[in-house]
Design a binder for this molecule. Structure first.
Ligand SMILES: C[C@H](O)[C@H](O)[C@H]1CNC2=NC(N)=NC(=O)C2=N1
Length: 95
């Protein structure tokens, strides 16, 4: 297995399917999920690497792959880690 894919195993709750990693994030209300996706968007623009995002009421599914290379790269792992950090901030704000 590539180094990148073995790094995915260390991520909390991310699943690897082919060359894509994804995770479902749960929120207590709809707008928190919307705001979360906006923060991800700001991150994505800052690094010029953009995830797939789907919003289904209070569940936000984020997926990362590098389409220019048609494979999973370090940028995708970094994106997943950025999502984890952002999600942690939302969960802290709920307390
Ligand atoms: C020029 C620019 O950096 C590229 O088109 C970027 C934009 N964002 C991207 N995002 C993702 N996920 N994969 C890419 O290959 C990619 N390419």
């Amino acid at each position: 297995m590539s180094d990148v894919k073995s790094e995915v195993e260390k991520l909390d709750g991310w699943t690897l399917e082919g060359e894509k990693i994804s995770k479902k994030f749960k929120f207590t209300n709809y707008l928190d999920g919307i705001h979360f996706t906006e923060k991800i968007g700001i991150y994505a623009e800052s690094v010029q690497h953009h995830p797939g995002i789907s919003i289904n009421y209070t569940t936000v599914t984020v997926s990362w792959t590098t389409f220019s290379k048609k494979e999973l790269t370090e940028k995708d792992v970094s994106g997943a880690k950025a999502c984890e950090n952002l999600y942690r901030l939302f969960k802290q704000a709920e307390k």
